[in-house]
Design a protein around this ligand. Sequence first.
Ligand SMILES: Cc1ncc(COP(=O)(O)O)c(C=O)c1O
Length: 367
Amino acid sequence: MGMTGVLKLYFCESNLPTPDYIKRAAAEAMSEGYTFYTENAGLFPLRCELARYYRTLHGVELDPESEIVVTASGVQALNVAIRTVLDPGDEALVLTPAWPNGSSIVTMASARPVEIPHPLKGDRYEIDFGALEQALSPRTRLLIYTSPSNPLGWVATESEQQRLLDFCRQHDLWLLADEVYDRLYYETATLGTPVPSILRKARRDDAVMVAQSFSKTYCMTGWRLGWLIARADLARKATQLNEFIISHAASFAQKAGEIALRQGEGELVAMLRRLKENRDFCLEALRRMPGVTVPKPDGAFYLFPKIEGLSDSFDFCRRLLIETRVGLAPGVAFGAGGEGSVRLCYAADKSVLEPAVERLGSFLRHG
Ligand SMILES: Cc1ncc(COP(=O)(O)O)c(C=O)c1O
């Protein structure tokens, strides 16, 4: 981390600062007195704004009083969701490669993550429903999936969502969908259209939870603001748990989040245009490199190239860093199915991406 001159493509964030209108909203909220504690479920107007957001974007009706919990980040939404449904000794099925925090939180709850890799079929990752079925045990309580995926960029199809939901209904499992990248979606006629939320398919009494965040959509990683949607009984428990972990997200950040939801569409679309261009540039460059296979990702801002013959992605990334000053994340960090690949975040500027892929290409040819 202390090395200078590194082209950093290993982080999970864009290099764009938070838009000014959001910063101004936070400053105004502070001067208006939003410096006190709020409800553990978050400020009610923000929950109402989230309900409006789901109505507008997904045609889903949510009760802001009982089904929405504001959290201090997406990872906090995952934390309260997982801890609320798992007892020590329980098991959670986790679709991987995935951002490792889901599995880690399961372990921290003294439960066991059972990782089920997404198989690559042709140019697309899929879900191995046979492996899910085989991994079931009397202690299985939860299934976690991430769509759009970090690190794959994979997006669940509607029929995959339906099968996941049916699988969980049939086996009496909670289904936790990590949808924090839902707005970063490129395979749509109009940029800005979200990936359809699992909530469009779920009934109100389904054991379904959605973890969400302001971090990626609004470039608010450092603000620590997210939300959890859940069935009312679980949302109530998650709200109680919030009290003992952090109580609630910062009050002025919540006010700024409300404005982001209301006014953010224009800046979001501009960012998506740039991200899509970056994706296509990096994808094309990677596909020209020897021994590299990389499916086209539909969402998020990552590419996850598989490198022929690679068996130690950590060592590969270390050598790449030392010899070329290009920072990538080793695939092994993302759990089962991750080894043999590396993750590249293409949310940086072209001025960083161009030399980085150039150096990676020559490292692969000569390194
Ligand atoms: C898949 C996924 N879920 C959740 C998060 C959490 O985001 P945050 O805690 O910044 O809201 C991240 C962050 O990188 C992520 O990649």
